[in-house]
Design a protein around this ligand. Structure first.
Ligand code: KIV
Ligand code: ZN
Length: 524
């Protein structure tokens, strides 16, 4: 009989550690709600002691997101564990996830602790966490490079102290599938008490093997897999949750495992995470990439027309991709628009619907046929707007081969209108300079790229760019319009709004003097 594998999603913790990603509390709650709809079993909502903002997000998710276990990360230290509990305690099912490194390299250079000290810290941490909740996960960081006997000793001690899940991370993505599967098998057979707990794996993708390693671990006894949507996370990222789910689902015949995921929610979850994090999905990404179900070669297209399964091992509908060709246009009303949104799985509030419908009407004046992709783009743009942000009111550009490009930009913020003009090396440069004059922030653009949302001359242009003010913190922006200069202005504003929001949040946190001493960034 097929056995259950639990999905532990760390998009909001490890995933949020991706360079350039910074999500607001509201955005994290939105993602967590969608993860719950997807049917993951555990959401690791953040690292509560790392910042007041992280604490607030974990706490908001614990209070509002139902039907799922909410976990908070903590180092193996009392103050971390107390803070993690404070954040997750209102969840329907609360988990404390505590970790400490077990490899000699981490002990010597990072922790400066002996093996005995680490063992003691792990036991004390698990016991403290157990004093709060019966759901405690212990992780042996850098397990793949740890001495096997010592690793087993720490895991056994954590189980004896009360851990209910033990997680074996390949923190640096060093393992290869055969070896990793063997390690998990040995742990499952040799560690005293292991039969009482769930064995979990957390694989990083430095060698592109995170999903393969996760599956090798499942075959060898792991029953929880950790990962992030779209595979985001530290460096090359984590195992992609959607790939793990679909591999187990599609190859159940061979592997014999199942998850509790509602696969039709995968695509929507992936798009939401991509939009809010600003991390684009590569076209050939498995399961959710634009080309994942596209067929180019004539022979393939011919085969598909005769019988879909000739070249498709999964039905796109199974992951929530609709191939509906029905288009909306200028004459479509609010009712048809709302019906289409609901068919696509978007249930908007009255205000959100009004604003999305206004954008739809504006677009239908410029573009004859509006497809599902266009509607998705409208909704995604809407979802990424921030409170008290600048919005583009109007834009006037003067440009050509023999004139200095000039832009006049009108922005609105909290009801007030601002206008500035500037010259630049090109029209996009002129727009950015005019925006900088209004905001008073001097930003450097690191990169700029454009994609067409659909085909055709009237296609929406989807501009993605990155900005920085200090060369360290990077903010991503995205803007959509049939006019690529307007799309650039919107993308630039989107990034500037994130920057403004991040500095306001940092200032509020500073003022609250709630700063807790942590070197968390170095520790995971
Ligand atoms: O990669 C890692 O080891 C981690 C742990 C905190 C589980 O993210
Ligand atoms: Zn990790």
């Amino acid at each position: 009989m097929s056995q259950r594998v639990y999905i532990f999603d760390t998009t909001l913790r490890d995933g949020e550690q991706s360079p350039g990603v910074s999500l607001t509390v509201g955005e994290k709650v939105q993602i967590a709600k969608q993860l719950a709809r997807l049917g993951v079993d555990i959401i690791e909502a953040g690292f509560p002691i790392s910042s007041p903002g992280d604490f607030e997000s974990v706490s908001a998710i614990a209070r509002t997101v139902k039907g799922v276990t909410v976990a908070g990360l903590s180092r193996a230290e009392s103050k971390d564990i107390d803070r993690a509990w404070e954040a997750v305690r209102h969840a329907e099912q609360a988990r404390i996830h505590t970790f400490i490194a077990t490899s000699d390299i981490h002990l010597k250079y990072k922790l400066r602790m002996t093996r005995e000290q680490v063992l003691e810290a792990a036991v004390a941490a698990v016991k403290r966490a157990r004093s709060y909740t019966s759901d405690v996960e212990f992780s042996a960081e850098d397990a793949s490079r740890s001495d096997f006997d010592y690793l087993c000793q720490v895991i056994a001690a954590a189980i004896a102290a009360g851990a209910t899940t033990v997680n074996i991370p390949d923190t640096v993505g060093y393992a290869v599938p055969g070896e990793w599967g063997g390690l998990i098998n040995d742990i499952c057979h040799k560690v005293p008490g292991i039969e009482k707990v769930i064995v979990s794996v957390h694989c990083h993708n430095d060698l592109g093997l995170a999903v393969a390693n996760s599956l090798a671990a499942v075959i060898n006894g792991a029953r929880q897999v950790e990962g992030a949507i779209n595979g985001i996370g530290e460096r090359a990222g984590n195992a992609a949750v959607e790939e793990v789910i679909m591999a187990l689902h599609t190859r159940k015949d061979n592997l014999g495992y199942h998850t509790g995921a509602r696969t039709e929610e995968i695509y929507r979850t992936s798009r939401l995470v991509s939009t809010l994090t600003g991390m684009r999905i590569q076209a050939n990404k498995a399961i959710v990439g634009d080309n994942a179900f596209a067929h180019e070669a004539g022979i393939h297209q011919d085969g598909m027309l005769k019988e879909r399964t000739t070249y498709e091992i999964m039905n796109p509908a199974m992951v929530g991709i609709s191939r509906s060709n029905l288009v909306l246009g200028k004459h479509s009303g609010r009712h048809a628009f709302r019906q289409r949104l609901e068919d696509m799985g978007y249930f908007l509030s009255k205000e959100e619907l009004n604003s999305a419908f206004a954008s739809f009407k504006k677009l239908s004046d410029k573009k004859m046929n509006i497809t599902s992709e266009d509607i998705e783009a409208i909704i995604e743009e809407q979802l990424s707007s921030l409170p008290h942000s600048y919005t583009l009111e109007y834009l006037h550009i003067s440009s050509g081969t023999a004139v200095v490009p000039t832009a006049t930009v009108g922005l609105r913020r909290d009801g007030q209108l601002f206008e500035e003009a500037a010259c630049g090396n090109g029209p996009v440069d002129a727009i950015c300079k005019a925006v900088d004059k209004i905001t008073g922030i001097n930003c450097t653009m690191i990169n700029w790229g454009i994609n067409a949302v659909t085909s055709g001359k009237d296609a929406l242009g989807d501009v993605n760019l990155k900005i920085t003010t200090d060369g360290v913190k990077v903010f991503m922006g995205r803007g959509i319009s049939t006019d690529i200069l307007e799309a650039s202005a919107k993308a630039y504003l989107n990034a500037v709004n994130k920057l403004v929001y991040a500095s306001q949040t940092a200032a509020t946190e500073q003022a609250g003097k709630k700063e807790v001493d942590t070197d968390a960034d170095d520790n995971n």
